[in-house]
Design a protein around this ligand. Structure first.
Ligand code: HEM
Ligand SMILES: N[C@@H](CC(=O)c1ccccc1NC=O)C(=O)O
Length: 284
């Protein structure tokens, strides 16, 4: 039957009755997940579903990035660099997927978006607490961002908590110190509520690591993993900016910012400045 009818028959052993067993849908809470898309445009605009699902899938992946970053931070605290790097490898794949996904939203034309943009009110990705949590964990701390969440105590608590905790870069630096690399004491005691700023002693450490990479292989490899992470993050920011430019041009953002100009300035931020600065020092 199978070959000539081009149909696959169910095997006898295939489970059919889930009345008292966990099924695919119940395990994944699909009823909840798939009933969480609520277009607000009236009459409902066809393309709003794309807009909602693009954001929801991004938030799901951000949830996993956050989960993995917290694990990476713990593994660094436990001096388990190899396992921390395994976490970063996974995050890098998620980032690629997030960046690749912009091409789906890029099919939304300015005319289509304009038909429901007004219904979005003042809501904006600027109010994504998971995105801000990822930025904080990577070291881009900015206390003023928390004000956006004044109406969301849970988000505010999460971000206030992370603001006062170390970033994965702080933990990497502390790990380097424990391994005997000459990191300045001031850097180890810095105010973690502020963004990391360029440190000369760290540049010297990296210079040593890169010039003697054979003898410092695991640290050298970890440095390059962090550069990949930042590179991927910047690619996401860039694709966001370019999607914004092609859908709303130079309009102001619904969140109240100047729009594309504001997003472009994020491209000047860097999580790991010394890892970029060291490039200019190699082979001098
Ligand atoms: C047509 C699609 C999109 C447009 C036109 C757009 C536009 C903007 C604009 C103008 C801002 C600046 C804040 C404001 O004033 O609103 C912003 C911020 C932001 N958007 Fe979008 N966005 C789009 C899609 C997305 C998607 C799919 C995500 C994924 C989660 C996202 C996440 C963010 C985040 C996280 C910020 C804050 C960025 C930062 O702090 O640098 N946006 N967006
Ligand atoms: N800020 C966007 C609106 C927007 O993109 C948006 C609106 C609600 C929820 C998420 C959004 N995504 C990213 O900012 C705009 O100005 O058109």
């Amino acid at each position: 039957m199978e070959a000539n009818e081009n149909t696959r028959s169910l095997e006898a052993g295939i489970e059919r009755d889930f009345s008292d067993k966990m099924s695919y849908g119940s395990y994944l809470a699909l009823d909840e997940l798939l009933s969480a898309q609520h277009p607000v445009s009236r009459p409902e605009h066809h393309d709003e579903m794309l807009f909602i699902i693009q954001h929801q899938t991004s938030e799901l992946w951000l949830k996993l990035v956050l989960h993995e970053l917290l694990a990476v931070r713990s593994r660094l605290q436990e001096d388990d660099l190899r396992s921390a790097m395994k976490g970063i490898a996974r995050i890098k794949h998620i980032q690629r997927s997030l960046t690749e996904q912009w091409s789906v939203l890029a099919t939304l034309t300015p005319s289509e978006y304009a038909q429901f943009r007004g219904d979005l009110g003042a809501s904006s990705g600027f109010q994504s607490y998971q995105y801000r949590a990822v930025e904080f964990l990577l070291g881009n701390k900015n206390e003023s961002m928390i004000a956006v969440f004044s109406a969301d105590p849970q988000a505010q608590a999460l971000l206030s908590g992370l603001l006062g905790e170390t970033s994965i870069y702080d933990e990497f630096i502390r790990y380097l110190h424990r391994r005997g690399y000459a990191v300045d004491a001031a850097l180890l005691q810095r105010d973690v509520r502020k963004a990391h700023v360029y440190d000369q002693s760290l540049l010297e450490v990296y210079k040593y690591v890169y010039e003697n990479h054979e003898a410092n292989w695991d640290v050298y490899e970890a440095c390059e993993e962090l550069v990949d992470l930042e590179d991927n993050f910047q690619l996401w920011r860039f694709r966001h900016l370019k999607t914004v430019e092609r859908t709303i041009g130079m309009k102001r953002g619904t969140g109240g910012s100047s729009g594309a100009g504001f997003l472009r300035r994020a491209l000047d931020l860097t999580f790991f400045p010394e890892l970029y600065a060291v490039r200019a020092e190699i082979g001098r």
